[in-house]
Design a protein around this ligand. Structure first.
Ligand SMILES: Nc1ncnc2c1ncn2[C@@H]1O[C@H](COP(=O)(O)OP(=O)(O)OP(=O)(O)O)[C@@H](O)[C@H]1O
Ligand SMILES: [Mg+2]
Length: 401
């Protein structure tokens, strides 16, 4: 007897083609996104801290906080069912810093740090480092703007958006390019679940900027358009201490505009020969491109206040990684960070839940893996924070330990 050919889910997808595949993928994305949201507010939840950690973050002692709550300078604190003080969120930390006079904001004469986390190589950990850096600065009390400049929009997704469903083209830098008068950069800046961290999101439509800028350049023969992002940042930068840009992994028009807008670079480099070689090409190409832009009459070559290379996706149990790291330290010298981003299951696990490690309420793997990953992340972020503080004359000498 002839048997019916079995019809697998893969056959279903082939039957319906890419359209079905796309719809099914969106359902999965929605499911993951929904599980990352707080069921009460429908938003992602920002981090909260017990009083001891809050005290460290605001630069005072726990007893100073308790005293301020007693004498009414800070609001009285509620208790949990088990009698502990309810944990403090970032907005409450900001209020404490205001009361205690410990906000770390830059003085108006200090330049905001406009950092591009860049490398033309894909998958080296740019978005991961950019997001953790942005959240680190916000947790420390700085005012931060994150600009997702990559049409893949993986960072935008980590803020709780389904980029191509929840956002239109006018919500991104693409909208700003087409209608700066109407939209203004302020209209495309969104508050996020992290108090103190604002976002300009991206989605797939942003990719059109690549050929639209190229077309504009060809028509006008003027490089002024490359100042698009730089000009946009200038209009809002007074409100921020740090701007972090997450560019796409290619030397396209948007990447050029990002290089032009930045006054500092963080370059993630995994310790493999291939990644090292392509990072060297990236530095060479970036240099050549900036020179060409200058010749075309753009704003001129930006002076980078610092360039920090960070070993990323490092597995120090591999002797080859250790060897290449040591070679990179010889070549790049003081520009190479002394701490590295280790490859950690905690980062992978957190990102599969649409979270950063700083957003995890508890370890996904084990306390040991989590603590180790957290230690490396914080060390890398602190090094970059110190690079920024060194550019602020008003805080010179105030490097963090
Ligand atoms: N240190 C790490 N440990 C474990 N996983 C990591 C680490 N860094 C990045 N990843 C994972 O690797 C993948 C790529 O990382 P990420 O998106 O940060 O790279 P990228 O350079 O921004 O990529 P693209 O070039 O596509 O923009 C992500 O799934 C991320 O979770
Ligand atoms: Mg990325």
């Amino acid at each position: 007897m002839a048997t019916e050919p079995s019809h697998s889910p893969a056959d279903d997808l082939l039957d319906g083609g890419l359209d079905v595949l796309h719809r099914k993928s969106l359902t999965i994305l929605k499911r993951i996104r929904d599980s990352a949201l707080d069921p009460e507010t429908g938003q992602k939840r920002g981090p909260t801290f017990p009083i001891s950690k809050a005290a460290k973050l605001v630069g005072r002692t726990s007893s100073a906080i308790r005293e301020a709550e007693r004498d009414g300078r800070l609001p009285a604190r509620g208790r949990t069912a088990s009698g502990h003080r309810v944990q403090y969120n970032l907005e409450e930390l900001d209020n404490m810093r205001e009361v205690f006079g410990t906000r770390p904001w830059r003085q108006p004469e200090d330049p905001a740090a406009v950092i591009s986390v860049c490398n033309f190589k894909g998958g080296v950990g740019k978005s991961t480092i950019a997001l953790h850096l942005a959240q680190h600065f916000a947790i420390q009390g700085y005012r931060v703007l994150f600009i997702d400049c990559d049409s893949q929009a993986s960072s935008t997704m980590m803020f709780g958006y389904r980029p191509d469903v929840d956002l239109g083209e006018d919500d991104t830098l693409y909208g700003h390019f087409h209608n700066p008068e109407l939209l203004g950069l302020k209209k495309i800046i969104r508050k996020t679940h992290f108090h103190g961290l604002d976002l300009i999101p991206a989605n797939l439509r942003l990719y059109n900027l690549e050929y639209e800028i190229a077309g504009y350049l060809a028509r006008t023969q003027s490089a002024a358009i490359i100042d698009l992002i730089s000009d946009a940042i200038e209009t809002v930068v007074d409100d921020y201490d740090v701007v972090i840009m997450d560019p796409p992994p290619a030397l396209g028009m948007v990447s050029m505009a990002v290089l032009q807008a930045a006054n500092a670079m963080v370059i993630p480099v995994p310790p493999s020969l291939v990644d090292f070689a392509s990072t060297v090409s990236f530095i060479d190409m970036a240099n050549t491109t900036m020179k060409q832009l200058e010749e075309l009459g753009g704003r001129g070559r930006p002076a980078y206040n610092f360039i920090r290379l960070v070993g990323s996706r490092v597995d120090d149990s591999k002797s080859m990684h250790r060897e290449i790291l040591s070679m990179m330290r010889q070549v790049f010298g003081g520009s190479m960070s002394s701490s590295v981003m280790v490859t950690s299951a905690e980062i992978d696990n957190a990102s599969s839940r649409m979270k950063t490690v700083f957003e995890l309420e508890k370890p996904v793997t084990s306390h040991e893996v989590y603590n180790r990953c957290m230690k490396h992340l914080v060390e890398v972020c602190r090094e970059v924070e110190n690079d920024v503080l060194e550019t602020w004359t008003s805080s010179r000498g105030g490097r963090r330990p």
